[in-house]
Design a protein around this ligand. Sequence first.
Ligand code: URA
Length: 184
Amino acid sequence: MDWNELESICKECTACPLSRTRTNLVFGVGNREAELMFVGEAPGEQEDKTGIPFVGAAGQLLDKYLTAVGIDREDVYIANILKCRPPHNRDPLPEEGDACIGYLREQVKLIRPKMIVCLGRISAMRLIKPDYKITKEHGNFVHRGAFTMTAVYHPSALLRDPAKREDMYRDMKKIKEYLDSIKK
Ligand code: URA
């Protein structure tokens, strides 16, 4: 499958009821040859309005961390587990994740990133392991075949609890250092 095919399938998708309440599909954005891919949970209000992931308050905080550790947003690819917004930003239902995850897998196949960073617990539970404990395991690297995975706090969690920000900075720095080290 190529990008055009995948994007048009997603735009037509009615596999779960979120397709009926979305304003825009939030497919994903960024460098399609990225070494680093971020995967969030699901679009929020601003993302649903614009069709672009991580553009609201959480996204702006993510951008600050990218800048702080020297990662260019243009160089990475950003997507979510769900491509449509759950009403009132409730947690995604397991069946919505099941209906949508195949599209993310196709995106990963096309990009072939070296590293996938889960943004938050929901993404880590879906992509790394079902019992992922974000407070204990954030920043740990897991090597899976061709790529390395990790999870960091969701930027929304950092907005609610600024005490987590130091850990986030450390984890993001570790990610950048890892990417620099595999380039050499
Ligand atoms: N939160 C997410 O998990 N994804 C977005 O795209 C925006 C906010």
